[in-house]
Design a protein around this ligand. Structure first.
Ligand code: CDP
Length: 223
């Protein structure tokens, strides 16, 4: 794709955003940024430094020192936190919960949004998250909002966990998703919300290929 579009994909946890964004980026030869990985890296940094999320002064010092970099690769992006590869660690359950807790804090969001805008400045980027179409890139060329039933989303995360050798029950996963969706959509700052001009895609009964093709077709039609 010659045009250097900015494509925003938002939606609740496990709705298919990252998988779709990654494959779409490969097809369009765009950069893919998983903004959730950045909040996860913040959460890990706070945990490693024993910073209590209510201690805004310590958190502010911490955020000043945080360096997040993303290395793009065909097999998937690698996330570095102050030089350390944390790609796998940030997907663990303790960080998943903490990322949603740290994401409500204004100074954290401010720093992450700055970084995200900087990465997307020259276009040719697909970014997925919760507030990409509403706050980070309100003028994005394309905005998608992905949804899926909670049952389908829990099933996907259960399969992913199983493949990694983690033994989690479907109920546990469903409870975590429901808790996180509520926390993400009821917060005051940049809540999870569909932008008024976003195209909604329900992935409940779609395969990954169908999802990617659907977005690709919409992009090509409007190009
Ligand atoms: O991949 P998954 O859907 O499980 O979550 P994620 O995209 O890695 O995001 C982890 C958490 O970061 C979310 O639950 C949100 O609280 C937060 N987040 C956010 O606030 N804004 C974003 N743009 C992306 C993620």
């Amino acid at each position: 794709m010659d045009k250097k579009y900015v494509i925003a994909i938002d939606g609740p946890a496990a709705s298919g955003k990252s998988t779709t964004a990654k494959l779409l980026a490969r097809k369009l030869q765009f950069i893919f940024i998983d903004s959730g990985a950045m909040y996860r890296a913040c959460a890990l940094f706070a945990l490693e430094n024993n910073v209590n999320l209510e201690d805004i002064s310590s958190l502010s010092d911490l955020i000043e020192r945080i360096e997040i970099s993303i290395e793009y690769s065909e097999s998937g992006n690698r996330i570095y936190l102050n030089g350390k590869n944390v790609t796998e660690r940030i997907r663990e359950a303790d960080i998943t919960k903490l990322s949603s807790e740290i994401a409500v804090i204004g100074i954290v969001r401010k720093k992450m949004v700055e970084l995200q805008r900087e990465i997307g400045r020259s276009g040719g980027v697909i970014m997925d998250g919760r507030d990409i179409g509403t706050v980070v890139f309100p003028n994005a060329d394309f905005k998608f909002f992905m949804i899926a039933s909670v049952k389908a989303r829990a099933q996907r995360r259960w399969l992913e966990a199983k493949e990694k050798g983690e033994d989690l029950s479907l109920n546990e996963i469903e409870d975590e998703l429901v808790w996180r969706d509520r926390n993400d959509s009821t917060r005051l700052l940049s809540p999870l919300k569909k932008a008024t001009d976003a195209i909604e895609i329900d992935t409940t009964n779609k395969t990954i290929t169908e999802q990617v093709d659907m977005l690709l077709q919409i992009i090509k039609e409007k190009s």
